[in-house]
Design a protein. Structure first.
Length: 201
């Protein structure tokens, strides 16, 4: 039986109506019907990672349920809609990974002047990348909140300078000065943090 089979369309319509009334059992039944096809046909070809596929599948059904009140069947299955949502979730994950990669590159640029003196090992492996993110977060927590936010906007969120200035409600020139001071504060705090760590027996 396919999702366009008349018998399935009748069953699907009943499930959707029960879901709209808050029937959790109907939610489970609909998930069981669509989860494997969505994973196999839509998500695996785009993501190729079990954890990412599971995350995208979960987000697909969450979005579907949130928007179900606006859905009109028009005599067809929700399969097409679910497949579109799933494809969009996969694209969102790819964009997030790209941002994460740029952020890691920017972390490294932020810390490049410190590697030879006091920095942690260069993040060539996944566990070192996690250490780098944790170390940056720790040090950011020690500096002035406005400095911290300037660095977060420019380096962690990878926003263009004009957007950073707008987010902080300052001119672009003021933001540039603020970021310079923020970087100096960050580097001083970084050196203090790792000097203390190395001095601890």
């Amino acid at each position: 039986m396919t999702f366009e089979d008349p018998a399935w369309l009748v069953e699907e319509a009943k499930l959707l109506e029960r879901i709209r009334r808050g029937d959790r059992g109907a939610c489970t039944a609909l998930y069981r019907a669509f989860a494997a096809p969505l994973a196999n046909r839509v998500l695996w070809p785009r993501l190729s990672d079990p954890d990412l596929v599971a995350d995208a599948l979960s987000e697909t059904f969450r979005s579907f349920l949130e928007r179900l009140a606006d859905y009109q069947t028009r005599g067809s299955s929700v399969w097409g809609w679910l497949a579109t949502i799933a494809a969009n979730k996969a694209s969102d994950i790819h964009r997030a990974q790209a941002r994460g990669g740029r952020a890691l590159h920017n972390y490294q640029a932020l810390l490049e002047p410190l590697w030879d003196d006091l920095g942690p090992p260069r993040p060539d492996q996944a566990h070192e990348q996690v250490r780098l993110r944790d170390a940056v977060g720790t040090v950011l927590g020690t500096i002035h909140p406005r400095y911290r936010r300037a660095i977060e906007l420019r380096f962690l969120e990878d926003r263009p300078r004009p957007e950073c200035a707008d987010a902080l409600a300052v001119t672009l020139g003021t933001f540039d000065v603020l970021l310079l001071r923020a970087l100096r504060a960050f580097r001083a705090a970084w050196q203090t943090e790792f000097s203390a760590s190395e001095a601890t027996p």
